[in-house]
Ligand binder design. Structure first.
Ligand SMILES: [Zn+2]
Ligand SMILES: [Zn+2]
Length: 473
């Protein structure tokens, strides 16, 4: 007998955290940040639906902030480790958590200056850099496809999820004395086949209970565009206009995929002679993590680094990594065509803002979006053709060409989720499925299809709800 409590990502996407209890022990699967309206996030990320001191271990699916970003808070509130994750996830989580802790500290400092003026007591940060460092020290790296005994009654293994470097689905087996085992599979975030660099998802085989993401449970991705040739075309256009190509991109994942594709072009000698600047310290750190984990690469990438003269799939002659703020500012004076890749992907913060401010009113500039733009973000306004826009306190006419390249999504669509499910089921059908990590409409739609396919118990749990898991027979 075991119990699973949904402590986050219930009827929403972010804040992944699920508590698995058996006997008098428990582990937490993921410990993500809830991202939403400020006030909600403030409350939710501070309150756990369990006592962090009593949790025996954390098992992590991957390093996205909505899956690992609340670990420092867990530590701050008494959790003592260990945190099991693949080696690449552990390294990427270090980059993500340090960045997140700095943001937590500076956000609260800003709010507290205002509160002090108003004579109010200061807020405590959700967590500090020190908390993040402590969490980072608790990581225990694991390999893919090996079963680990985390407790005498609990074994776990990590299986490629194809979603980001190091990402995994988790297979957990609970074996209590004199009962049959319970097999629980947690999908984590499921990626797509043929994502550059990464191996395709390799779903665990068979489950008694399945905990599954449902982000795109009601949507199909458009047919994949030839992303590399769209990038190539934009670069040649910028080159012939003697202009700047701005690529807003998330620091971890998307930026490295763009670099990988540009590297392909460079090797095929399809890249004109122009510099490519990566202007994001976090992206550059993540780039180093990517390079140090070839065990996560797919066959194509392995073949390239073992057969070509140039052994670096993420570096080429004209690639320049920008580190300091001073170097970043100096790019404004750069004369001649160039590519600038910078965060944030939705243009809400980060160095992309000062590049946009500098170039967006120039009709020769090209801005190429590489990912989803949420409503109310500057990225979305630019895509929607809004002009003028407000950037860093200035109202600016948008004269640049605004483009987008689709198809770099890190998430499986409805058909791909169902394919993943069928592959798990081929090794033994689950008695029940719980859908998490999705908006309610997407979840209802996927649940209906799974019931159609013969799974009677498909649930869409509420936050804090508990699921009783029973052994077979
Ligand atoms: Zn993710
Ligand atoms: Zn996620």
């Amino acid at each position: 007998m075991a119990r699973l409590t949904f402590c986050g990502a219930a009827r929403t996407v972010t804040g992944s955290a699920h508590l698995l209890e058996w006997g008098d022990r428990s582990i937490l699967m993921d410990c993500g940040l809830y991202q939403g309206r400020r006030r909600d996030a403030f409350e939710r990320n501070r309150q756990f639906c369990f006592d962090p001191k009593k949790v025996g271990a954390v098992v992590l699916s991957h390093a996205h902030i909505d899956h690992c970003g609340n670990l420092p808070s867990l530590v701050r509130r008494g959790f003592e480790g260990p945190i099991y994750a693949t080696a690449a996830t552990a390294d990427l989580a270090r980059v993500m958590l340090m960045d997140s802790a700095e943001i937590q500290e500076s956000d609260v400092a800003y709010v507290n200056r205002q509160r002090k003026r108003d004579g109010k007591r200061p807020f405590e940060p959700l967590y500090t850099v020190k908390d993040a460092r402590r969490a980072i020290e608790m990581f225990e790296p694991v390999d893919y496809q090996r079963e680990y005994e985390l407790f005498p009654e609990l074994h776990a293994s990590w299986h490629d999820a194809g979603h980001m470097l190091g990402s995994a689905s988790l297979a957990v087996r609970i074996q209590e004395p004199s009962t049959a085992p319970i097999r629980l599979v947690f999908s984590g975030d499921i990626g797509r086949r043929d994502t550059p660099i990464l191996r395709d998802p390799e779903p665990p085989s068979g489950a008694d209970y399945l905990l599954m993401e449902s982000t795109y449970g009601d949507r199909l991705h458009p047919p994949r565009q030839d992303i590399t040739s769209i990038l190539k075309h934009a670069i040649h256009e910028a080159f012939s206009r003697n202009a700047v190509l701005l690529v807003p991109a998330f620091s971890v994942g998307r930026t490295q995929e763009v670099i990988y594709r540009l590297n392909e072009l460079a090797e095929a000698e399809h890249l004109p002679e122009l510099p490519v600047f990566v202007d994001s310290p976090m992206a550059n750190e993540a780039l180093n993590v990517f390079k140090s984990h070839p065990e996560c690469f797919d066959d194509e990438t392995i073949r390239r680094i073992s057969t070509e003269e140039d052994r670096d799939p993420l570096g080429f002659t004209h690639l320049h990594l920008i580190r300091t703020v001073e170097q970043s500012r100096r790019l404004n004076d750069f004369d001649g065509p160039c590519v600038i890749i910078a965060a944030s992907g939705m243009c809400e913060s980060g160095r992309i803002l000062h590049h946009l401010k500098h170039h967006v009113s120039n009709p020769a500039t090209i801005v190429m979006f590489t990912g989803f733009q949420a409503p109310e973000t500057l990225g979305r306004r630019l895509l929607d053709g809004v002009t003028p826009v407000n950037i860093l306190g200035r109202s600016l006419e948008v004269r640049a060409e605004i483009d987008r390249v689709d198809g770099m999504s890190g998430h499986a669509d409805r058909d791909e989720l169902l394919e993943w499910f069928e592959s798990v089921r081929a090794g033994g059908a689950p008695k029940g499925i719980a859908l998490v990590h999705g908006e309610p409409e997407a979840q209802e739609s996927l649940a209906a299809e799974l019931r159609q396919r013969g799974i009677a118990d498909v649930r869409i749990p509420d936050l804090g709800e508990t699921w009783e898991l029973t052994p077979n027979g």
